[in-house]
Ligand binder design. Structure first.
Ligand SMILES: CC(C)(COP(=O)(O)OP(=O)(O)OC[C@H]1O[C@@H](n2cnc3c(N)ncnc32)[C@H](O)[C@@H]1OP(=O)(O)O)[C@@H](O)C(=O)NCCC(=O)NCCS
Length: 190
């Protein structure tokens, strides 16, 4: 796992993300921190740390990020989040650098409701490694690790770990095939 996180120290995005508990953002801010377009709602009661050049394209459908008390949402450098994003972080979600998150993607580290009376409903850490591409409408469920360079096909429900360097897809997501990703090749979007 080679995820590295560089905390932004100064700048509008940090102010925005660390600001009020509920903050509707309607802005277009461009800079070394990347771009926010459309409406991104951040409810942050824990820690939300983003790297450099992280962009949120939150239109035509708005995006929502919620980080609970004592929870940690870490995002690496050069990450692009497309519209309709829905992240629910109650414990720990890490997203690696050079990763592309497609439209209408949902990432949750808890089920939010018990399945039955015995269900202890634990939160489980999610790791999305460097250089991953998550296709449109995919759902990443609690406890999942997605390996470096891998691609999650659109509409997939990811319930179990996905290894590095594969295309995975379906419900539940399974490895479809290996993919060819040379060492230096990155999924730079912006
Ligand atoms: C990731 C993706 C590009 C891979 O495409 P590809 O490499 O051309 O894959 P193929 O079309 O050759 O499909 C390979 C196999 O995976 C299956 N497959 C492809 N997409 C799938 C999906 N979303 N869910 C389940 N299985 C899928 C195919 O049916 C095929 O199976 P088969 O060999 O039994 O016929 C494509 O699956 C995808 O998700 N496209 C949408 C990308 C997207 O979300 N873009 C929005 C902007 S980020």
């Amino acid at each position: 796992m080679s995820i590295q996180y560089n905390q932004i120290r100064i700048g509008k995005l940090l102010a925005v993300l660390k600001g009020a508990a509920l903050l509707p953002i309607k802005t277009n801010s461009v800079g070394m921190l990347g771009r926010i377009s459309g409406k991104l709602t951040v409810k942050n009661k824990g820690e939300f740390i983003v790297g450099r050049n992280v962009s949120f394209h939150a239109k035509p459908f708005s995006s929502s990020i919620s980080v609970g008390k004592q929870a940690k949402l870490l995002v690496g450098d050069n990450v692009f989040f497309n519209y309709g994003l829905d992240i629910g972080c109650t414990q720990s979600i890490r997203i690696g650098s050079n990763t592309i998150i497609g439209p209408m993607v949902n990432i949750i580290d808890t089920n939010f409701h018990p399945v039955d009376i015995d269900d202890r409903m634990q939160s489980k850490d999610i790791v999305i490694s460097d250089n991953v591409w998550i296709g449109r409408g995919a759902v990443i469920l609690p406890g999942v690790t997605i390996g470096q360079n891998s691609v999650i096909a659109s509409g997939s429900i990811v319930t179990r770990d996905i290894p590095a360097n594969v295309l995975a897809g379906g419900t539940p997501a399974k490895v479809i095939r290996e993919i060819n990703v040379p060492n230096e090749w990155i999924r730079r979007y912006n």
